[in-house]
Structures are given as C-alpha cells and as structure tokens.
Design a protein around this ligand. Structure first.
Ligand SMILES: NC(=O)c1ccc[n+]([C@@H]2O[C@H](COP(=O)([O-])OP(=O)(O)OC[C@H]3O[C@@H](n4cnc5c(N)ncnc54)[C@H](O)[C@@H]3O)[C@@H](O)[C@H]2O)c1
Ligand SMILES: O=c1ccn([C@@H]2O[C@H](COP(=O)(O)OP(=O)(O)O[C@H]3O[C@H](CO)[C@H](O)[C@H](O)[C@H]3O)[C@@H](O)[C@H]2O)c(=O)[nH]1
Length: 326
C-alpha cells in the first residue's frame, strides 16, 4: 500500500522530479497545482488535483479526500527580477498561499511539512561556504517571502502540532536522465538552460552578467545541485519527519562552486558546440558567490549529492535537445 503525500507545486520543475523519486520509494504523490507555471504532462508519477493554494476550500477538500501523511510545498513564484517588478503577487502567492496551506494542513490533521526555501534567504554571504546559522538578511522580495514562511514554520512548530523540514536549495539544475521531464520555466532566466538554448541555436547567444567580481575568473560562483539530488533529499526529509524528526532548516548544495565561465566551458564540452558569448554588466541583486556547507544534510538526512556539474549539464542537454519549449 503506497503512502499518500501531497505535493503542492508538483507540476513544476523540482516538484515533478521529486514525485518521480517519491513514487520509486513507496509514496503516492498527490499533485496539487494551479498550473500557472507547471505542466500537466509533468504529472507522470501521481494524480493531479488542479487548484490554487490560496483557495482554502479547495485545499481542504483535497486534504480530506486523500488524507496525506505529509505535505511537500513547492508552489511559489520564483523569479527574483519579477519579485522586484510585482511584489504583490509574490507576497500573495508565496506568503498568503503558504500560510493558507498550513492552516488547512493543521485543520486536516497533517502535521508534517517539507518547505522549499532558498539560499536567497541568506542575502549577502559573509563567508566562503554558508551554513544554516549564517545570518538571514534577504535582499529582494522573493527571498523575503521565503524567509517569512520559514519564521511562521518555526513558530507553528513550537506552538502547534507541526514538524517541518525547511530545505534551502542552492542552484537547482539538470533533469531526469531519461529526458521525460526537465527545466521548463517561462520566461527562462537561469544560466544553464539559457546557455544550452544558445548552443542549440535557439537563442542568439549568452550574456555573462559581470566579469569584475572578486572570483578566480571575475564571474559569479554558484553551487549547482542536480534536481535529482534535491528530489532524493525531499524523500529523506519526509522519512525523517515520519520517523519523529524535529523541525530543522537544512541546506541543499554540493559544497562546490562553479563560475559562469567554468559553466560555459562545461556546456561547450558536453554539447560539442560553440556559441556567441558576450560579456556584459552585472545583473542587479546577484551575489558574488553562493556555496553551501552541506554538513547538516549529511548528518540529519544521510544525504550526499551524487551528481557532478558534468552530470547536470549532460542531463540538461539531453532534456533540451528533446524538448523545444514553445
Ligand atoms: N529553481 C531553483 O533554482 C530554486 C532555487 C531555490 C528555491 N526554489 C524553490 O523551489 C520551489 C520550486 O521551484 P521550481 O523551479 O520547481 O519552480 P516552478 O515554477 O517550476 O514550480 C512551481 C510550481 O508551483 C505552481 N504554483 C505556483 N503558484 C501556485 C499557486 N498559487 N497554487 C498552486 N500552484 C502554484 C506552479 O504552477 C508550478 O507548477 C519554489 O518554491 C522555489 O522558490 C527553486
Ligand atoms: O543569462 C544569464 C543568466 C545567468 N547568469 C549568471 O549565472 C549565475 C546563475 O544565475 P541563475 O539565474 O541561473 O541563478 P541565480 O543564482 O540567480 O538564482 C538562484 O538563486 C535565486 C535567488 O538568489 C533563486 O532562488 C533562483 O531560483 C535560483 O536559481 C549568476 O551569476 C548570473 O549572473 C548569466 O551570466 N547570464
């Protein structure tokens, strides 16, 4: 008998990969998604319940119908630039939506919650590798919406019967190795899909945002973590909660940084293609370097990332060559 779990935002990029691993490990994913940025065809390892997380009655109805053991909450608006242009939508979706979901979870007797947070809650890094005790001073509305939900989760878990694992992802990247699902954001702003689309000739080229950073080659350093490693960590987080684990915030990154120029070299090597690259000015809001200290994930969840930056790029290349987003 499979164990039902509610995957809110499960038709999106990270949620759909997590459904695949959940299904492999004996869970029955119930995907709740309003499809504003998700894809119905990504719901391959569970049942789809279409609905908006801000719609209390609909959320309660789905919880009542499926009686999930835990909720994994991925649903959010995610693009930092858009959060500066339209903060109302971000607070509405990410904060009100999450608080609404938590209220419905408590009413429905679901006590275990896994929340998608981000390294963007740390703000400007004060050390080379960031551990979970790093100060949290987010520098944009997107990061602040995630930080606010983290605080609510900590309060609810102290004062109410809720246990939560807050997962702070670094840069999610890569795709299912069979190319069935992958990174499909619209508009796409992430470096890897943009560079791959340039290599495929679907874009005119790639613009490097800033070459004057204090890094080994002047471009920003990021910790790219394979989406399947993230998915694995989510299943471990559910297992941990069901086994009686306490509320914790946990980084998910590899601990290895890659510069934008190194990333482009890997994409050239994997694809065997050259593409135009232009060096342009910095993008507002970018940190010089964001690299995880992932010790806590190893200790609490037994999590070790399995995939390298080459694996990430190979799997992303495979997905993008098969899939041409309209
Ligand atoms: N992609 C990254 O690198 C990254 C990094 C750090 C954190 N995160 C977080 O991970 C989560 C998933 O990110 P993703 O890249 O898979 O994004 P995504 O846009 O692919 O997936 C989000 C899903 O949530 C759904 N959704 C949004 N608002 C909703 C609402 N009000 N009601 C119901 N469904 C709604 C969308 O339709 C979509 O399917 C987000 O919470 C994001 O903030 C992502
Ligand atoms: O066309 C591009 C796109 C990106 N970059 C650079 O590539 C690096 C990675 O950029 P991404 O946009 O892929 O990722 P971010 O580090 O900006 O974003 C990550 O962190 C954000 C918060 O800071 C959000 O959580 C987001 O979803 C997550 O992917 C950055 O240095 C960026 O400046 C370019 O040079 N050119």
């Amino acid at each position: 008998m499979k164990k039902p779990v509610l995957v809110v935002g499960g038709a999106g990029y990270i949620g759909s990969h997590t459904c695949m691993i959940l299904a492999q490990r004996g869970y029955q994913p119930i995907v709740f998604d309003n499809l504003c940025n998700g894809h119905e065809e990504f719901v391959r390892w569970g049942v789809l319940e279409v609905g908006d997380v801000r719609d209390t009655r609909r959320v309660e109805q789905v919880i009542e119908k499926h009686r999930p053991l835990a909720i994994l909450h991925f649903a959010a608006l995610i693009e930092v630039g858009q959060s500066l242009a339209d903060p109302l939508s971000f607070y509405d979706n990410n904060v009100i939506g999450s608080l609404n979901l938590l209220r419905a979870a408590i009413a429905g007797g679901v006590n275990y919650f896994v929340f998608s947070s981000t390294c963007a809650t740390y703000g400007l890094p004060q050390s080379e590798r960031l551990d979970e005790s790093h100060r949290q001073v987010p520098i944009n509305p997107y990061g602040r919406t995630k930080w606010i939900v983290e605080q609510a989760l900590k309060d609810y878990s102290e004062l109410l019967n809720i246990k939560a694992v807050i997962l702070r992802y670094f840069n999610a990247a890569g795709a299912d190795f069979e190319g069935r699902i992958g990174e499909w954001h619209q508009p796409e702003t992430h470096a890897i899909p943009i560079a791959i689309e340039a290599a495929l000739g679907r874009r005119t080229g790639f613009k490097i945002f800033g070459t004057d950073y204090q890094t080994r080659d002047g471009t920003c350093v990021r910790d790219y973590v394979h989406v399947l490693d993230l998915a694995d960590a989510h299943v471990r987080a559910v297992d941990y909660l069901l086994a009686g684990g306490e509320t914790e915030a946990i980084n998910l990154g590899t601990g290895t940084g890659t510069t934008v120029k190194e990333l482009l070299n890997t994409i050239r090597a994997v694809s065997g293609r050259a593409f135009p690259v232009e060096e342009t000015s910095r993008r507002a809001g970018d940190s010089t370097s964001l690299v995880a200290d992932n010790t806590k994930a190893a200790t609490l969840l037994g999590w070790q990332p399995q995939y390298s930056i080459e694996d990430i790029v190979k799997s992303a290349w495979n997905w993008h060559t098969r899939h041409n987003a309209p």
